[in-house]
Design a binder for this molecule. Structure first.
Ligand SMILES: Cc1cc2nc3c(=O)[nH]c(=O)nc-3n(C[C@H](O)[C@H](O)[C@H](O)COP(=O)(O)OP(=O)(O)OC[C@H]3O[C@@H](n4cnc5c(N)ncnc54)[C@H](O)[C@@H]3O)c2cc1C
Length: 463
């Protein structure tokens, strides 16, 4: 293999599987400490868009499959594929804001936090992921269920254009005028995308001036009643309210009351993206109507919350340097039943750090919104996410077994999945069921057109 020839043509760095630093690098590339046992043959840490072009052309010549890493946050490490040439975009993290057109041009590895830091001082916003560290690269391709997604939509619908290096080694621009079908695919194809996105152009939004959060803590025994009522109010709340219920570790203030539930608490969190605090308080007052409010352990209502604080709050639920398994399902079943099943599973679980959340679609009769035509095409009344989180390798087997059992138990509620946070390696059918049937078919057809030789590892491409 002419690896030296590739190194001489790029500004970035080439590492092969036999190099001394290879294993450390492989492990550093993935956010999850539970590193899959899959080994790329070559890792190309690109320093520019032109490096990507060179790497793709090299892989073609060498008849090697390509996998792509944006920021390495995929739970299952999709980009770690045996024998592949891995293009790591982690160094491409520039941001440019155009105030006139209200757009941001970003390189893929920019995180939600970095983007928000550039936008917030100018009163601008983007539906970034819920934790600071989530990179835009794969998040946007997945669909991007970020802050205020009931109003701003899944983030992929705010991608106006993208630069893409195709399987033939050419760099093209995809927008509504040219390669519109590629733009269609970028909006939601997830890890099955058949090219390398080297730049996104994003539509920006005015930052709401009075983002306001109310949080209520209930004993875990009340999770069904709170869930049933939350489903009712989700239908009445405007889309500007993001409404989520958690089964999570209780804050220390309620630790004693939650002792008999392994420290887990039922947390109801509502964030309103409004322009005045009066409007926010008036709408969030609906949360006081919970029929079991007298059982509430504590609450923190109508807190002014800047976007950076929301990102910080998200980060606390998904701590760094942990081992984790994740799965997600869209559901139209009663949240009461879903959350009861979650509670029963969590009381039997091996890790008290694990976490489940049920996000409600809000927005009255339009709550399960029809979006413009794009690959992203799965939605329902709720999105249920279940994460096993732990630290010690010796607890891997117990957590794996528990997470699998829990996912199987919750599966009866699923109408579909979210490609970005489902284990489509363990269960490949979840990739297809993350899309409406016609959208899945179109995605496969576009893949055959743009990547006829199957150069890019697809949804199932773990090789
Ligand atoms: C702590 C945490 C919080 C999260 N929060 C949210 C959230 O709020 N909302 C949400 O929707 N998701 C969330 N996610 C999931 C997130 O969407 C995915 O992990 C996503 O893959 C992150 O992007 P990445 O660039 O790190 O992807 P990577 O792990 O780098 O890549 C995953 C796959 O995406 C593809 N890919 C990535 N970038 C490119 C590119 N530029 N060109 C071509 N293919 C590419 C490749 O197939 C790659 O294998 C979260 C994940 C974590 C770990």
């Amino acid at each position: 293999m002419e690896v030296k020839a590739l190194q001489s043509r790029i500004a970035g760095k080439v590492t092969v599987a036999t190099d001394a630093g290879y294993e450390d690098l492989r492990r550093e590339l993935i956010w999850n400490q539970l590193t899959p046992m899959r080994y790329p043959q070559v890792v190309v840490q690109v320093a520019s868009e032109q490096d990507v072009v060179e790497a793709v052309r090299f892989a073609r010549r060498q008849n090697m499959k390509i996998s792509v890493r944006g920021g390495g946050h995929s739970w299952v490490g999709f980009f770690l594929c045996n024998g592949s040439l891995l293009i790591d975009l982690g160094q491409l993290n520039r941001v440019a804001i155009d105030h006139q057109t209200r757009t941001a041009t970003i390189q893929p590895a920019v995180t939600g936090q970095a983007l928000n830091q550039r936008l917030a001082p100018h009163g601008l916003a983007f539906p970034v992921g819920h934790c600071q560290t989530v990179p835009m690269s794969g998040y946007l391709l997945n669909g991007g269920l970020g802050w205020n997604w009931n109003t701003w939509g899944p983030a992929c619908f705010s991608v106006e254009a993208a630069n893409v290096v195709l399987a033939d080694g050419n760099l093209v621009v995809a927008n509504q005028e040219q390669h519109a079908d590629l733009l269609w695919a970028i909006r939601g194809a997830g890890p099955g995308f058949f090219g390398v996105v080297t730049q996104y152009v994003l539509k920006l939004y005015p930052m709401p001036r009075a983002i306001t959060t109310s949080i209520y803590y209930y004993p875990l025994e009340r999770i069904e009643e709170v869930g049933a009522w939350a489903e009712e109010i989700a239908g009445q709340l405007p889309p500007e309210v993001e409404l989520t219920m958690f089964c999570a570790q209780a804050p220390s203030a309620f630790a004693e009351e939650c002792r008999f539930n392994k420290g887990f608490v039922c947390m109801l969190c509502a964030t309103g993206f409004f322009d005045t605090s009066d409007e926010a308080a008036a709408i969030l007052s609906l949360l006081e109507t919970c029929p079991v409010i007298s059982n509430c352990l504590g609450k923190d209502v109508n807190q002014p919350t800047i976007m950076a604080a929301l990102l910080d709050m998200g980060g606390r639920f998904w701590p760094e340097l942990h081992r984790c398994l994740a799965d997600t399902l869209w559901s139209n079943s009663s949240p009461e039943q879903q959350l009861a099943a979650v509670r029963d599973a969590f009381l039997q679980g091996p890790s008290e750090k694990s976490l489940a959340l049920c996000a409600f679609s809000t927005g009255g009769e339009h709550r399960v919104a029809v979006r413009p035509d794009a690959a992203f095409s799965m939605t329902a009344r709720t999105l249920l996410l279940c994460y096993a989180l732990w630290e010690r390798p010796e607890d891997d087997d117990a957590n794996r077994a528990w997470h699998r059992e829990t996912i199987v138990a919750l599966n009866r509620f699923a109408v579909g999945y979210y490609v970005g946070e489902s284990d489509i390696i363990e269960e490949p059918v979840r990739a297809e069921r993350s899309f409406a049937p016609a959208n899945w078919q179109r995605l496969q057809a576009l893949r055959r057109t743009y990547d006829p030789d199957g150069l890019f590892n697809g949804h199932f491409g773990t090789g």
